[in-house]
Design a protein around this ligand. Structure first.
Ligand SMILES: C[S@@+](CC[C@H](N)C(=O)[O-])C[C@H]1O[C@@H](n2cnc3c(N)ncnc32)[C@H](O)[C@@H]1O
Ligand SMILES: [Zn+2]
Ligand SMILES: [Zn+2]
Length: 327
């Protein structure tokens, strides 16, 4: 599988490179300026009237800027274009989505191309201006954070955030008991999920897996593949991934590859010989899995969006699963 991003840039960084800088990427160097802004107070009340905010404003020699200063720069451009007024605070500016993202103890200092922003008020002209003038921003999406991107259930219409400028490929570094995994996503097509230091979903998966020697697992609503990839990093002998939403199935294949489980489209036996494990990805409604997969799994993971009735999922897979785990 091709690990090049749609935008043809190097948006997919090898895991080793991400891990190498994990403790330094977002923490200030000894010269990083201590310029503090309040998030809940209008920005204009915190700046001198002659202050000109540009890409060098508050930037350290190490090439990075505090996230709040980057957002202040974005807000200033939005105010110049009239989509935000004088009362707007940093908090109300946009949703900042960092890449690569992992839990931090402090607000990050951002290098270039490390931020995707989400805003419901933005338009293409301003998005392009932000992308050109704010070096930390790599992509601008239009949408509401409260909207769930993707397909909620088989009755719902798909929803996406619109990419107005740049590229929306970003990654999360997820800590698992079996080592870190790297979950990439085109953020306009996959729901936003902020990584936690200890994911309750992954702890639940670990507890269930411990009951088996080398379980066969069906991740029937895999999203970008977090749970199934965790299982493969652990003791799972076989994981079948599935999601009704094509962008999720596609990105799961990419994430498998990134995490050392390349998807051989023609010969799965090769995976088996190389690793003693088997994995595969489907893009089907959960109700079709029983007739397509001619085998039984020890564990089936059902991880739906909040508020979705899981009954439909449970009855769809009850014949092919020993144990159904509702995440
Ligand atoms: C909460 S997300 C899964 C997140 C994933 N387990 C993870 O941790 O990365 C729920 C997923 O269910 C999928 N889904 C919704 N209805 C489905 C259906 N009828 N069949 C299969 N997948 C479905 C959605 O497309 C979405 O990707
Ligand atoms: Zn890209
Ligand atoms: Zn610095």
């Amino acid at each position: 599988m091709d690990l090049k991003c749609r935008c043809n840039q190097d948006c997919i960084t090898p895991p080793d490179e991400i891990l190498e800088k994990i403790d330094s990427r977002y923490y200030p160097c000894k010269n990083c300026p201590e310029l503090r802004l309040k998030k809940f107070k209008p920005l204009v009340e915190q700046l001198n009237s002659n202050q000109r905010i540009d890409k060098n404003w508050g930037k350290c020699n190490c090439g990075r800027r505090h996230l709040d200063l980057v957002v202040a720069h974005i807000l200033t451009l939005m105010q110049e274009e009239g989509i935000k007024d004088e009362k707007t605070t940093l908090r109300e500016t946009c949703v900042p989505l960092i890449t690569p993202a992992y839990p931090l103890n402090t607000v990050p200092y951002l290098p270039e191309n490390s931020l995707i922003i989400l805003s419901s008020e933005i338009n293409t002209k301003i998005a392009k201006k932000i992308l050109n003038e704010v070096p930390e921003v790599k992509g601008v999406l239009k949408g509401e954070i409260k909207d769930t991107v993707g397909i909620k259930d088989s009755q719902s219409n798909p929803k996406v955030y619109e990419l107005l400028a740049g590229c929306d490929m970003r990654s999360d570094v997820v800590q698992t008991p079996y080592g870190p995994i790297f979950i990439y996503k085109y953020q306009g097509e996959i729901h936003v999920e902020f990584p936690k230091p200890l994911s309750p979903k992954i702890s639940q998966l670990k507890r269930v897996m411990e009951k088996y020697e080398d379980p066969k697992i069906l991740d029937c609503t895999c999203g970008p593949g977090t749970l199934g990839i965790t299982a493969l990093k652990g003791k799972a002998k076989k994981v079948v991934f599935n999601d009704i939403w094509y962008p999720a199935a596609f990105i799961t294949s990419l994430n498998l590859e990134v995490n050392g489980f390349p998807v051989k489209l023609t010969n799965h036996k090769e995976n088996l010989v190389a690793t003693g494990k088997y994995w595969d990805v489907y893009c089907l409604d959960v109700k079709e899995l029983g007739s397509v997969l001619n085998e039984k799994f020890d564990i089936c993971l059902v991880d739906t969006f909040p508020g979705v009735d899981t009954n439909y999922f449970e009855t769809s897979i009850s014949d092919i699963c020993g144990e159904i785990v509702i995440i």
